[in-house]
Design a protein around this ligand. Structure first.
Ligand SMILES: Cc1ncc(C[n+]2csc(CCOP(=O)(O)OP(=O)(O)O)c2C)c(N)n1
Length: 252
């Protein structure tokens, strides 16, 4: 992922490192999607609401065979459809996202459609904590409970930071677990970089019958590279040549 961000000289580095372990588990252990038959109407749906972290999604999809990894050398170049936010032009991408606050509402509609059509696909969305204040999410939280969408799982990438500051300083949403429970969601918490714990909790969907599932994944923005961890400047920071080498050495 860092290789392509470095090559493109653009990317959302911190938030991508924050969610890559979640994506790894979702695509390799949880989602029923086939790179050869992505449009299968019975597939599980994954909608990445925090669209700016698309680099994490790109490398995960490439790793799973949705497209050749070498395509990513065109990231952010003129005429490439590998742009800085998800678009449906890329095989494996379900929805165009990036304007925050839309992934969950779309996921709710998709889950409701699945129920109405008698399908047993599941719908997953990955949300950033910085997009929680968007009002559209709170309508969607209500709606998912109203329609008993137990085929829906929203995962919160809870790194406690957004673009300019911490969540607490911009718009505090705590106690988020209590808020979601009071709305009627089934809530679980996990350390979002513990692959075994993620596998375990996501194998137990729905968390409760007739309720939508909300997984709070406690994460670290910039996880894995010491000088990027919990640093606001790495929200869309791009490494210099020296920083890139240092980062790769640490990740090795
Ligand atoms: C509607 C909307 N407002 C503002 C932005 C600009 N923006 C891009 S990323 C970001 C912060 C998002 O924070 P979070 O979802 O917590 O992402 P993370 O920290 O995990 O990268 C903002 C405000 C946007 N993409 N969409």
């Amino acid at each position: 992922m860092l290789r392509y961000i470095y090559h493109a000289k653009a990317g959302h580095t911190g938030g991508s490192l924050s969610c890559i372990d979640i994506l790894n588990v979702l695509y390799n252990r949880v989602l029923r999607v086939d790179p050869k038959n992505f449009k299968d109407p019975d597939r599980d749906r994954y909608i990445q609401s925090k669209g700016h972290s698309v680099e994490a999604l790109y490398v995960t999809l490439a790793d799973c065979g949705f497209f050749p990894e070498s395509d990513l050398l065109t990231l952010c170049q003129f005429n490439s459809h590998y742009i800085g936010h998800p678009t449906k032009k890329v095989n494996g991408i379900e929805q165009n996202t990036g304007a925050l606050g839309h992934g969950l509402p779309i996921a709710v509609g998709t889950a409701l459609a699945g129920k109405m059509d008698g399908k047993d696909y599941r719908v997953f969305t990955l949300m950033g904590d910085g997009e929680l204040p968007e009002g559209s999410n709170w309508e969607a939280f209500l709606c998912a409970v109203q329609y008993k969408l137990d085929n829906l799982c929203a995962i919160l990438d809870y790194n406690k930071m957004q673009i300019t500051n911490t969540i607490q300083n911009v718009m505090n949403t705590e106690p988020i677990a209590d808020k979601l429970k009071s709305f009627g969601w089934a809530v679980r918490e996990v350390y979002g970089h513990d692959v075994d714990a993620l596998k375990n909790v996501l194998s137990k969907l729905p968390f409760e019958r007739d309720k939508p599932s909300f997984l709070i994944a406690h994460t670290i923005k910039g996880k894995g590279v010491s000088f990027m961890e919990n640093q606001l400047s790495w929200h869309h920071g791009v490494p210099s040549a020296d920083q890139y080498e240092m980062a790769l050495n640490e990740l090795k």
